[in-house]
Design a protein around this ligand. Sequence first.
Ligand code: AMP
Ligand code: MG
Length: 401
Amino acid sequence: MKTFDDALSYLLSKAISTTNTEKMSLESALGRILAEDIVSQLNVPPHHNSMMDGYAVRVADIQADKTLRISQRIAAGVVGQSLETGTVARIFTGAPVPEGADAVIMQEEATEVEGGVKFSVDSIVRNQNIRHIGEDIASGDVILSKGQRLRAQDLGLIASIGIASISVYQRLRVATFSTGSELLEPSEQPESGKIYNANRYMLSGLIPQLGLELIDLGRIPDSLEATIDALTQAASVADVVVTTGGVSVGDEDYIKPAVEHLGQLDLWKVKMKPGKPLAYGKVAGKPFIGLPGNPVSAFTTFHLFARPFLLTMQGQAKVLPTPIWLTAGFDWPKPGFRREFVRAKLKNVGQHTEVTLFPNQGSGILTSAVWADGLAIIPEDSTLSKGDLVAYYALNTQEGA
Ligand code: AMP
Ligand code: MG
């Protein structure tokens, strides 16, 4: 048996990032992975500007009850004249602060009077209410790095330096099929001895959720020939192949002989629960991941193994989730020799947050995955008591890892 950590690091050592890129306009780039560093050629903001509606002044000119003439009016988008000594400029939020001015006084602290304006402030400081040139981004800064997934705020930041299109990785094509002669599609009539295909529909959500292109080849009966045909087709149309089921070594499990016939296979029993068997290999030169058939195991191993593998292939730099440590709201009295990934959810108790578990953690209980928002991790050979710290991975986050 392989430990969870060994299986994961071996798998990730085999994942090679795509080099296929495409140019994409910003408005279509949400969720895509950057294939270049974005370097700013500009300062943001491009000029000192006012944080408030008010008056741009020279601090040295301000005295209580002294009337100062308003020599100019500067709205956002307009560059004013150098500020005449002994005068102020009426200024609005975002407008460039004129040369010579060294503070902005907000309009609430000013009274317009005959011949100008008076200020009620007794202490004003230089630079108050001024946003400085380059205070957000300085020219030459790397604002986003290759391998980052683009979120809404990232698109805003790129736009803020005047870049309209960027290089991203082409979407990875992932071909999938589910194996099992017992599988019915949900549109079919129930039949004795058969079950409905849950994994196909789960994968048809999990893969696009990662921003990858799904090529769904449906279900395959348990036969060597059908499995070889499906793998051959999958490898010819996709960059990577992910299947469920048939990875044990029973007489009706054909993934092993089929993949070995077409390429090479590593089949592991991973010391984890749920989801013991896991297969990695190559089919006609394309990477292959075989997940277990049991839907809860397929779901868990997809998140823990297939997800970081596929995201690495897609060019994403950070692919492993960061666990958070929270208080266990449960007891775990019996140690197990395998690492357990239990379906969990967070609950606020007073002013702290506890991890709670779905009562039935059986690997056939798909309702546990529906109830859960995350996975709590019970280390090998360990017990936990209510109040101990436990590591928790959120499952419901959109991509960004
Ligand atoms: P296997 O890994 O093929 O031995 O399957 C393990 C268990 O998961 C068996 O009880 C299968 O019937 C079940 N199973 C396999 N594939 C699916 C699927 N696509 N949807 C629902 N259950 C499945
Ligand atoms: Mg099977």
